[in-house]
Write a protein that binds this ligand. Structure first.
Ligand code: ASP
Length: 726
């Protein structure tokens, strides 16, 4: 009986893939067709044309892909962009030294001349997008061999791209949506002169650190400011002192009006990757095998780094970025496992698959088309799970956050190969490669500490031995382990003393007098080669073949799910293209008897204040402002709003996205999600999936009162009546 009730409950709760009001990351060009009615019913006051238009300035002109993996938005007509502190972090870090430690102290350019250039950083603006499915599939038939099909599709895509950018300085791409069932042409304008304008100290921008990451209630002032520069014609140009601030076609008015529970809100940005339509096998693989192993090894690395960072500010500067990167995934996976368990994620998918199979078998045509999908998945995932684990684990161990010197040594592989070539261009090519390596090595040693690195080495060696079966370990490791007899500490002392790749001067010398023999003899180089050899010879080919087959199955399964649920509107998985999510400002039940409200305040920051704990050490100036209640027009009920949550469907890449109200005014900057619902990349949970945003009023308060940079606020378009209640 209990079993039957459980099954009935599962069916009831079954989130049949498809659109719910709050779930979904929608394609801007299809808002008019699919979403605008529901949005307006939920309070949105504007039109689809206001969001995306090719005929007039619209919101899409104000949203940018910031670098490769974040979002930002224009908040002035002088190219001023706001994004997250954690998105600007790498650039702020690069400008930081112990003397000018902008990470610790913050940075505020007092004039355009003081804004700092960031080579390598780009800002991408969508010009337009267009459904080109028919053109991409021209000449393709259902029963064509997959290689031929691919060749035709590629040729069609090349032609579409060539035509799209002809006579312009735009860049274009044709991207698959709905797992390859539909294609869109995306045409972008890319700006490469992007300068750092302002950032609060990390004690504000990263307040709460890894402890609070992925957690609500949250009190992080997670923002930084940049400015896009263009040539005198307002076109993209390489960095030049003569460039001028870019005039965007549209910038968001910044609202002082704030939010209340139930308000309509939407997030417009670049979500990276979701897997909402994956089969149960995939979720089981991640939840039961891949995530737990990654959580274990990353947890170990992070604890080593954290312990040493607490002892030495220089080590903190070197390892803070690395530990943040590791901890971000580590913590998210823990949350995902828990939230999938809480939702019975795998069982839900299985229940859906059962229903799906019945639907397929009820019709001979469907049986022919879709009858083998699920059984093939079952077969593939068995071996795939193992190979995937070996691939990611080898990378965790021998990649740049494991055996660090092996990662540096491995980077010399190309130079060794070039040095062995006999052709005429060889010398120039080697020269170029060595130049690249010189930059790589500078960066490596800027973030390297011998003591930390040795401890990491010992830890990952031990875990590797325990987690990867001997026949799947690298040759170099097996030799080392048998000679070490379990004593990796002595091995570390020996190897770190002997290797070139632990000593900056020796690496510099190697680059200026390149000798491939020296590289080849190095123990860390051998370790790096051995791991890439293992992956190349035993994993890659199998994974590639499986990935190709999985891509075909995923496409077919997606098409089948859409056919089955043809009364629903489906949103495509995130793929780093511009999307709109909408919903409401909303708290949630966290666990038994605990309800989380939608808004945090400066009082909450002060409640966490603890000078003894690095992540909670509130800067003196902020303490002062709090004590004096010097909140200006940003005060609400004698406090300052700091962050809020809503049920917008977001993921990695949405960091920095504009959070907008019913009038399209900027009320926040998205930066994270709440722990309980973080499995939303795989399964959105309407009850607990919440995106976390910085309340824009906290950013304004910090810029104005904390940093004294009110001149930046002067260039924004402020709107809305402040809820001014001092
Ligand atoms: N914190 C994420 C990011 O960095 C945002 C999210 O996953 O919700 O993009």
């Amino acid at each position: 009986m209990k079993k039957q009730i459980m099954a009935a409950m599962l069916l009831l709760a079954l989130a049949a893939p498809g659109a719910l009001a709050d779930e979904g990351m929608w394609i801007p060009v299809l808002i008019e067709k699919y979403n605008i009615k529901l949005m307006q019913e939920n309070g949105f006051k504007l039109t689809a044309e206001d969001i995306y238009s090719i005929n007039k300035a619209s919101m899409k002109d104000a949203v940018v892909l910031f670098g490769g993996g974040c979002t930002g938005e224009f908040i002035s007509d002088k190219g001023l962009i706001i994004t997250n502190h954690h998105c600007g972090y790498g650039y702020i870090h690069r400008h930081s030294t112990l003397e000018h430690d902008y990470l610790t102290d913050g940075f505020w350019a007092a004039s355009h001349a003081e804004e700092l250039p960031n080579p390598g950083l780009s800002v991408t603006i969508l010009k337009y997008m267009e459904d080109v499915t028919d053109r991409v599939l021209q000449g393709v038939t259902d029963n064509m061999e997959s290689e031929k099909r691919e060749a035709i599709i590629n040729a069609n895509i090349t032609a579409i791209n060539a035509e799209a950018v002809k006579g312009t300085h735009y860049l274009s791409a044709v991207r698959p949506f709905y797992l390859g069932n539909q294609y869109f042409l995306i045409v972008n304008e890319v700006f490469r002169d992007v300068r750092l304008v302002g950032a609060p100290p990390s004690a504000i921008g990263k307040f709460g650190g890894d402890t609070d990451n992925w957690v609500w209630p949250r009190h992080t002032g997670d923002f930084s400011l940049f400015r896009v520069y263009a040539d005198k014609e307002n076109n993209p140009a390489a960095y030049s002192a003569d460039n001028v601030p870019y005039h965007p076609a549209y910038h968001f008015p910044v609202s002082l009006a704030g939010v209340k529970e139930g308000d309509f809100t939407m997030v417009f940005g670049y979500p990276g990757r979701t897997q909402e339509y994956a089969p149960s096998h995939h979720i089981r693989m991640l939840k039961d095998v891949i995530y737990p192993k990654q959580v274990e090894i990353r947890g170990k690395k992070i604890s080593i780094m954290e312990q040493e960072m607490a002892n030495d500010p220089l080590v903190r500067l070197k390892y803070t970025g690395k530990s943040f990167g590791l901890a971000n995934g580590w913590k998210k996976w823990i949350g995902e496992i828990q939230s999938l368990d809480r939702m019975n994620g795998v069982e839900r998918k299985e229940a859906f698959e059962k229903e799906f199979s019945e639907w397929v078998s009820a019709d001979p045509g469907r049986t022919r088309k879709y009858g083998n999908i699920l059984s093939e998945y079952a077969k593939i995932y068995e071996e795939y799970t193992h190979n995937y684990l070996v691939a990611i684990y080898t990378n965790e161990v021998f990649g740049s956050t494991g055996v660090e010197p092996a990662a540096l040594a491995g980077a010399f592989n190309r130079a060794v190969e070039i040095a062995g070539q006999k052709d005429t261009g060889q010398k120039a090519e080697l020269e170029k490669e060595l130049q690249r390596l010189s930059g790589y090595a500078d960066n490596f040693f800027r973030n390297f500490d011998m003591n930390v690195s040795k401890q990491l080495f010992v830890a990952v060696m031990e875990l590797y031995g325990n987690n990867i079966a001997p026949e799947w370990q690298t040759d170099a490791y097996r030799e080392l382990a048998s000679s070490a007899g379990g004593d990796f500490e002595s091995v570390a002392d020996r190897l770190f003393a002997r290797s070139l790749f632990t000593d900056e001067a020796k690496v510099k010398d190697l680059i200026s007098n390149f000798n491939p023999k020296k590289v080849e003899k190095d123990p860390f180089y051998r370790m790096a080669l051995s791991s890439s050899e293992l992956i190349r010879s035993r994993i890659n080919e199998k994974m590639d073949a499986a990935d190709r087959r999985l891509a075909e199955l995923n496409k077919l399964y997606m098409a089948a799910q859409m056919e089955k649920g043809n009364d629903k509107i489906f949103y495509p998985d995130a793929n780093s293209t511009l999307r709109l999510a909408y919903g409401k400002v909303m708290g949630y039940d966290s666990r038994d008897a605990v309800y989380h409200k939608h808004q945090t305040t400066l009082t909450g920051v002060m409640e966490k204040d603890n000078p003894e704990i690095y992540d909670y050490d509130v800067p003196d100036r902020l303490r002062e402002l709090y004590e004096q209640k010097d909140f200006g027009r940003y005060a609400v009920n004698g406090d300052v709003p700091v962050c809020f949550i809503a049920n917008n469907h977001t993921t990695g890449g949405n960091s920095g996205s504009p959070v907008l109200n019913a009038e399209g005014h900027l009320i926040g900057v998205n930066f994270d999600r709440a722990w309980e619902g973080v499995a939303s990349d795989i399964m959105f949970n309407p009850k607990q999936s919440r995106n976390i945003s910085l309340d824009i009023r906290y950013a304004l308060f910090l810029i104005d009162k904390f940093a004294g940079a009110g001149y930046l606020i002067d260039e924004m378009t402020l709107v809305g009546e402040p809820q001014h209640t001092p």
